[in-house]
Design a binder for this molecule. Structure first.
Ligand SMILES: NC(=O)c1ccc[n+]([C@@H]2O[C@H](COP(=O)([O-])OP(=O)(O)OC[C@H]3O[C@@H](n4cnc5c(N)ncnc54)[C@H](OP(=O)(O)O)[C@@H]3O)[C@@H](O)[C@H]2O)c1
Length: 414
């Protein structure tokens, strides 16, 4: 790649997640001599933010433009080696940027959790990105880094210990403490609207292999269903499962990792991601309560009148997010249960410090952007669309362990 003016542009730096990412990035760029620019549509807000940022080791440039301005996007992406974007819902504001990155050979990472938009971007720009060498890595936040890297971590351990990967992995979200931001609410609302207006939306959301390349969209998993009323017994963890609203999205990313890396987890690999309560009648009641509450929220969001009411009165607006106290006291835990072909069970745990929706997400996005910029020569894949595990794998795992409060471990029961 020829010399460019910036190493990283943080696009959308004035939003709820963007502001946090800007702080993390400035601090981390200062440590590593990485040239940072912050971008968005409002110069005044960007200048004010710049004044608040920690020392980045050099000047932080400001770039101003609109997401839909293709000429601006072309010019911006030609000035930087990497763009990290928080301008979402990505299906509404992200397409021009991805196209420009693909065209200019600019590496890219974002926070999308919108499979139908991800599919559309891959269909439109995969060939160009392969030619230009642009590494385009979507879903670099809480969706879907802990799940994607967690499964890769468990499978690597399975191969080291037993010579082969687990044939089935179930990720159970056992703790999730924190809040969510206005952009996440907007993405959810946009998905609910698309459900009504886009005839392909339902089919694409339910297809478990929708993110896999053409010709590789088959496997043992059944349709991904959004918040089904389903409470099941996990015999390995001796506790009740409940639907997890981001499970279908994260599952699609994990299955894509397997497909685009030529099946390191096996062609018959099966994946599921749910929440988990505990054992006994108390655990069952808690799982049922949460399942019904999730279903009620989904129903309310699918009725235009209640959806508008929730949007106006309850949900956070653009730029809003959890308080500092909630961000810093938040945490989460995922327990991954893998079954080997002979029935042997392996377990791993991924924990994260900080609320998943903003603090942990923005720390992970920061490390993904730095990984694309600083580890460019160590990343083995070429241009194209990649998942976090496929593009960065252990490089990103080491970074988020050292700098983003995540921890990966095998659970060895004696
Ligand atoms: N994957 C995950 O785990 C995860 C977690 C959190 C968030 N997210 C996603 O991240 C995205 C951002 O969330 P958020 O809460 O930070 O959103 P937000 O507060 O609404 O911020 C959106 C940002 O986009 C900018 N923007 C909007 N329209 C623009 C345009 N036409 N041109 C240029 N900039 C524009 C806004 O600028 P102004 O400040 O000028 O309005 C703001 O900087 C959402 O899609 C959300 O779903 C994902």
């Amino acid at each position: 790649m020829t010399e460019r003016e910036f190493d990283i542009v943080l696009w959308g730096a004035t939003g709820a997640t963007g502001r946090r990412a800007a702080h993390h990035l400035a601090r981390r760029c200062g440590e590593g001599g990485v040239r940072l620019a912050i971008g968005g549509r409002n110069r005044e807000k960007l200048e004010a933010l710049r004044g608040d940022l920690p020392d980045a080791g050099g000047p932080i440039a400001v770039v101003v433009g609109d997401s839909h301005d293709t000429a601006f996007m072309a010019a911006m992406t030609a000035r930087t080696r990497v763009v990290a974007s928080t301008v979402g819902p990505f299906a509404l504001y992200g397409s021009e940027l991805v196209a420009a990155c693909a065209q200019n050979g600019t590496h890219y990472c974002d926070l999308t959790a919108e499979p139908q938009w991800m599919r559309a971007m891959m269909d439109a720009h995969e060939d160009t990105a392969r030619e230009t060498g642009a590494r385009l890595v979507q879903s670099c936040g809480h969706d879907s880094v802990p799940s994607d890297l967690g499964v890769q971590f468990l499978q690597e351990a399975a191969v080291v210990r037993h010579g082969k990967p687990c044939r089935r992995v179930a990720t159970r979200v056992t703790r999730m403490k924190g809040g969510f931001s206005g952009g996440t609410a907007a993405s959810f609302l946009n998905a609910m609207r698309l459900r009504e207006t886009d005839p392909n939306f339902g089919r694409l959301s339910q297809d478990p292999y929708v993110l896999c390349p053409a010709g590789q969209r088959q496997g043992p998993d059944g349709p991904d269903r959004m918040m089904p009323i389903e409470v099941t017994w996990d015999a390995d963890l001796k506790a009740w499962t409940k639907p997890y609203f981001m499970g279908p999205m994260n599952s699609k990313v994990v299955r894509r990792t397997n497909a685009i890396m030529d099946y390191p987890y096996g062609r018959d690999f099966s994946y599921q991601e749910t929440g988990l309560t505990r054992g006994g009648i108390g655990g069952w009641l808690a799982a049922m309560r949460d399942t019904l509450a999730g279903r009620m929220l989904l129903t309310a969001m699918s009725i235009p009148k209640t959806r508008d009411l929730l949007q106006r009165r309850v949900l956070p607006k653009s730029g809003e997010g959890p308080s500092k106290k909630v961000r810093e006291s938040g945490s989460y835990e995922l327990v991954l249960v893998g079954e080997m072909p002979d029935g042997t069970i392996l377990k791993a745990r991924v924990t994260g410090q900080g609320d998943p929706g903003v603090r942990s997400t923005t720390l992970m996005l920061t490390e993904a952007a730095l990984c694309l910029a600083e580890d460019a020569d160590k990343i083995t894949v070429g241009g194209g669309f990649w998942t976090p595990a496929a593009a960065m794998g252990a490089l990103l795992r080491d970074r988020i362990t050292a700098h983003a409060g995540l921890f990966f471990e095998m659970i060895d029961e004696t």
